[in-house]
Design a binder for this molecule. Sequence first.
Ligand SMILES: CC(C)(COP(=O)(O)OP(=O)(O)OC[C@H]1O[C@@H](n2cnc3c(N)ncnc32)[C@H](O)[C@@H]1OP(=O)(O)O)[C@@H](O)C(=O)NCCC(=O)NCCS
Length: 158
Amino acid sequence: MKCIIRPLTLEDEPFLWEMLYQALYVPAGHPAWPREIVQIPEIAHYVNGWGDQGDCGFLASNPVTGESIGAVWLRLLISNNKGYGHIDDNTPELSIAVLPEYRGQGIGTQLLTHLFAASEQSSISLSVSANNPAVRLYRRFGFEVVKSNQESLTMRRC
Ligand SMILES: CC(C)(COP(=O)(O)OP(=O)(O)OC[C@H]1O[C@@H](n2cnc3c(N)ncnc32)[C@H](O)[C@@H]1OP(=O)(O)O)[C@@H](O)C(=O)NCCC(=O)NCCS
């Protein structure tokens, strides 16, 4: 499905909270996470106060209905506020999600293509569960594993 993609604005913060929830990996057979989980500080800081210097990203919408259906965004989380995928204080972390009913239709690919065409970042990192199928998508976009433990991978694209 070819979606409409535009840059994120300050007004998109409510949708980014939904995307943050949707970005959380739910292992097969595991119940859905409670909604309040996004308020945990280690998770909330990916969206809290959206619009800080350096924040950027894109929103995908359904071309027929106009519904917002996915987003990708970058945020620099450093010093005493490091994210799960922190590598160094110059490398922003990527977050991405697509609403469940739209997954597997090329929307994540379109969002990442837009982001990398627009971004001037020399390095971008992310953290992903080791068994999340999204790892394949990230590898196709040039991300490589730079750290791993039993549960998660830190990947970087230079
Ligand atoms: C990851 C995600 C943003 C990709 O967007 P998408 O529109 O589904 O992706 P595309 O259709 O462009 O590309 C397909 C690839 O996405 C990934 N993917 C597809 N469905 C997925 C799902 N339900 N969960 C995780 N990754 C998925 C796979 O890598 C797939 O590649 P494959 O066909 O080789 O298996 C989207 O599936 C999603 O929101 N998943 C749940 C949240 C998540 O895992 N976010 C990443 C956290 S690090």
